[in-house]
Design a protein around this ligand. Structure first.
Ligand SMILES: CC(C)(COP(=O)(O)OP(=O)(O)OC[C@H]1O[C@@H](n2cnc3c(N)ncnc32)[C@H](O)[C@@H]1OP(=O)(O)O)[C@@H](O)C(=O)NCCC(=O)NCCS
Length: 147
């Protein structure tokens, strides 16, 4: 199973939205207009993972300022999880942000989300609790610094 990571094209958006809908609860999903907002106004990087031309995951990030990258979201199609695709998407978006000058990358995650394990494995450290960040659930701010 060869996983390719590449920048998203306009044809990918419907697949990304379908992954979004099976990955996040209603009210926590990004709409097409939010993805487009990040791409247009934040000059975000939207990467997709594909297997045999099927989109199985995405990651979204942007440069918050000259040296700070921000990973906004990542999701992998349920049937393809725990195969290393999330790790690849994270590493690829980190590399893109680093190539744009990131010396530090931040992200937010819900306290009860298992994605924390993935981030910890990749070297992210919790630095702050974000009370009620997700409406009725706390979030945490995690960062990873590059030397
Ligand atoms: C988080 C997510 C993108 C991970 O994708 P993935 O392709 O399964 O990730 P990988 O296979 O590369 O890595 C899985 C690693 O993360 C951890 N992990 C990720 N999801 C996990 C889960 N549901 N349960 C337990 N551990 C999990 C494991 O420690 C695993 O590490 P290991 O391979 O050393 O055991 C995927 O679970 C997902 O789409 N979740 C729903 C959307 C979401 O919550 N996104 C994060 C928003 S902040």
């Amino acid at each position: 199973m060869e996983v390719k990571i590449r920048p998203c094209t306009s044809n990918d958006m419907k697949h990304i939205l379908s992954i979004e809908s099976e990955s996040f609860a209603e009210g926590e999903r990004y709409s097409r207009s939010i993805f487009l907002y990040y791409i247009m106004f934040k000059k975000a990087i939207l990467l997709v993972a594909s297997i045999d031309n099927n989109i199985v995951g995405y990651s979204l990030g942007y440069m918050e300022d000259e040296e700070v990258g921000h990973i906004v979201s990542i999701a992998v199609k349920k049937a393809y999880r725990n195969n290393g695709i999330g790790t690849k998407l994270m590493e690829s978006i980190e590399n893109e942000l680093k190539s744009r000058g990131a010396k530090l990358i931040k992200l937010e995650v819900s306290v009860d989300n298992n994605a924390r394990k993935l981030y910890e494995k990749l070297g992210y450290k919790m630095i702050k609790l974000l009370p009620m960040y997700y409406g009725n659930r706390d979030g945490i701010l995690m960062i990873k610094e590059f030397t």
